[in-house]
Design a protein around this ligand. Structure first.
Ligand SMILES: Nc1ncnc2c1ncn2[C@@H]1O[C@H](COP(=O)(O)OP(=O)(O)OP(=O)(O)O)[C@@H](O)[C@H]1O
Ligand SMILES: [Mg+2]
Length: 290
């Protein structure tokens, strides 16, 4: 693993767990952030009670954006809003604007099923269907009536998810026979098969061993050539290793004392981890909070 040792230097702020030189070398600040999804003043409530409040930032095209912050600050809630998965939660409401290519995704004309093809999601726990490896990947293309040769679509998705070589001789086997790390790459392949543009990942490695985690991290870095990725992670090294931009959220009280997650800081990962503007960000990334 890289970037895990701290080497403080005189006159330079170096954070406890992350080697600032490594972060800087591996993750230089992107030259520009071209928004693919714009989040503007978003407040999400469950049963009228806010879970995240007034969040504004952009998700950059072909970048990896990390959402970090303590448990309960609303990372999953915010992530689910980006492809309208919150529609499926009774009592969840979203105020503010989320635009995808400039279009309001909560506009009544937007079909959430179509949206979720373009903005796909990978969950914390690998969740393959109880079907063959092939049928898992073919599922999306089949139900959406995608054009093209299905065998080729399945192979392409499995290759992009760095799983093809391991499964090409057992495509008809049940997906439950795969290891956890392979199942997660299968879920990534299933998501890629319908040709999304944005991939949302909620703690995709938290159920995996370090080797599978490293494979998924490498895969993410490869995938960002084609896709824009948003990842929720509790692993600060992971955020520092893979992401280009980082958004830090934490729970704060408003002037009425109502507690909800707020965005404290958003910026290039390199800066968030080596020179954060807000003391709460620094406390979190150095492990003094959360
Ligand atoms: N389905 C739900 N119904 C009601 N409240 C919810 C629901 N899901 C989340 N919440 C509340 O919204 C707030 C944010 O939760 P969320 O799961 O988004 O946090 P998180 O940052 O992803 O936390 P963790 O790091 O533990 O996964 C919490 O107070 C949580 O209790
Ligand atoms: Mg969560």
């Amino acid at each position: 693993m890289q970037g895990t040792s701290a080497r403080p230097r005189a006159g330079e702020r170096t954070l406890v767990h992350i080697d600032a030189d490594v972060v800087r070398r591996e993750r230089p600040a992107p030259e520009r952030v071209e928004p693919v999804v714009e989040i503007e003043n978003v407040t999400v409530r469950y049963g009228g009670k806010p879970a995240v409040r007034n969040v504004t930032f952009d998700i950059g095209r072909n970048l990896i954006t990390a959402l970090i912050g303590p448990s309960g600050c609303g990372k999953s809630t915010l992530l689910r809003c980006l492809n309208r998965m919150n529609d499926l939660i009774p009592g969840a409401t979203v105020a503010g604007k989320i635009r995808y290519h400039g279009q309001d995704i909560y506009d009544p004309n937007v079909d959430p099923v179509e949206l979720r093809k373009l903005i796909g999601m990978v969950f914390q726990k690998p969740n393959p269907f109880p079907k063959s490896i092939y049928d898992n990947v073919a599922y999306g293309p089949r139900v959406t009536g995608m054009k093209g040769n299905l065998d080729e679509i399945v192979e392409r998705a499995l290759r992009r998810a760095a799983l093809w070589d391991e499964v090409k001789d057992r495509l008809k086997d049940n997906a439950y026979g795969l290891s956890g790390g392979q199942q997660q790459r299968l879920c990534i392949a299933r998501c890629l098969a319908v040709e999304p543009e944005v991939i949302l990942m909620d703690e995709p490695c938290s159920a995996l061993d370090p080797i599978s985690t490293a494979r998924i991290e490498d895969l993410m870095v490869e995938l960002k050539e084609r896709y824009s990725i948003v990842i929720v992670t509790h692993n600060m090294q992971q955020a520092a290793r893979v992401s280009d931009m980082t958004a830090f959220l934490t729970v704060e009280s408003d002037d009425k004392g109502e507690r909800a997650g707020e965005l404290i800081e958003y910026g290039p990962t390199e800066r968030i981890f080596t020179n954060p503007a807000d003391p709460r960000t620094e406390a979190y990334v150095t492990g003094k909070m959360g």
